[in-house]
Design a protein around this ligand. Structure first.
Ligand code: TYM
Length: 338
């Protein structure tokens, strides 16, 4: 996190792909901080459906996923009174700016992105959208001239690319964009999945959804991988290598954690009991979110109004930037007539 984050009011932008409800990694790595930032900064929270289509997926499911993510946003405390909340495809200037940024982005830079290398392996014929994905992300951010972007660790390279795009654009066409600060919080930038092997990620099925009910949270948490050296309950465990123990750090009070660590090392508490405590604490921490989500699920038209209003407000800013960019790039031919 940058040092001056709390000292001056900044424009902040961030987004999430609509691949269903948000999970614990999204919450701890991003959403939790977004909620706090709304009081200190001018924040814009986006649902990036145009990024989501690069992953393929069933078009019939996408509208429902957008609604679910919007409800997750609102349920965890993103507040349309304090911030702009909207869907990317409602503001067509995102794709226009992405196209214009193609003019200043070397293909080599795009091909070097680790996410591109990973994702492209899944295709025989690689869609251009996967290569150009970071350009659209740069456009999302710079369309609002955002100074800060709170994200998890996995977005670092894309944000470096955003900074490069801004620098190149400014150097070629004149000072236009800020050099955005990637706000990655230490300790939560990469929450591990329940498998204890990979980053928590919807596509790997190793998540705990933020809005899951008690049974679902337990069904997930009980499958979590613990210290692999521990076979029987009486075997001494090593909390320092256990992912379940590290998740306790976010949900369980210090005293209980210290007890669990002592008992685990002495082989006095089993992994199932330890997971049960974690599961109960997650359920309790997220109970207010589930309640709020139920209210929004009952009133989807209210969510639509919030997103419509968000898109309108986002577009006011977007139109200003795109007009300036068109002029800088000579895409205002009428000016030659006077
Ligand atoms: P996405 O949708 O994969 O993830 C949304 C946010 O959640 C964070 N995150 C995590 N943080 C910690 N631990 C985890 N296991 C974990 N999993 C996810 C991500 O870092 C991210 O902050 N390309 C972006 C979406 C995007 C965007 C943008 C973000 C499009 N345009 C502009 C910021 C600004 C993505 O796929 O995030």
């Amino acid at each position: 996190m940058s040092d001056n984050e709390s000292t001056s009011r900044k424009r902040i932008f961030s987004g999430m792909q609509p691949s269903g409800e948000a999970h614990l990694g999204n919450y701890l790595g991003a959403l939790r901080r977004w909620v706090k930032m709304q009081d200190e900064h001018d924040c814009i929270w986006c649902i990036v459906d145009q990024h989501a289509i690069t992953a393929g997926g069933d078009p019939a499911e996408l509208p429902g996923h957008v609604l679910d993510l919007a409800i997750s946003y609102l349920a965890v405390g993103l507040d349309p009174e304090k911030a702009i909340i909207f869907v990317q495809s409602d503001v067509p200037e995102h794709t226009e700016l992405a196209w214009l940024f193609n003019a200043v982005t070397p293909i080599g830079d795009l091909e070097r992105m680790t996410q591109f290398k990973d994702k492209s392996q899944r295709f025989d014929s690689i869609p251009a959208g996967i290569l150009n994905y970071p350009i659209l992300q740069a456009a999302d951010i710079l369309l609002y001239k955002a100074e800060g972007v709170p994200v998890g660790e996995d977005q670092k390279q894309h944000l470096e690319m955003t900074r490069d795009v801004a620098r190149k654009f400014n150097a070629t066409y004149g000072e236009t964009f800020p050099i955005t600060d990637p706000m990655i919080e230490k300790g939560v930038g990469r929450i591990m999945g329940l498998d204890g092997e990979a980053k928590m990620s919807k596509s790997l099925g190793n998540t705990v959804p933020v809005l899951a009910d008690e049974d679902e949270v337990w069904a997930r948490v009980r499958t979590a991988v613990t210290d692999p050296q521990r076979v029987r309950k009486s075997d001494p465990g090593r909390p320092e290598v256990c992912n379940v123990y590290s998740l306790h750090g976010f949900f369980t009070d210090e005293e209980t954690r210290a007890d669990i660590a002592t008992q685990c090392r002495a082989g006095e508490i089993g992994c199932v009991d330890c997971k049960r405590i974690l599961s109960d604490n997650i359920v309790e921490a997220f109970a207010p979110f589930r309640e709020r989500a139920a209210e929004y699920h009952a009133k989807p038209e209210l969510v639509r109004e919030i997103l419509d209003d968000g898109a309108r407000r986002a577009r006011e800013i977007a139109t200003e930037t795109i007009t300036e960019v068109r002029q800088r790039m000579g895409l205002d031919w009428r000016s030659s007539i006077g």
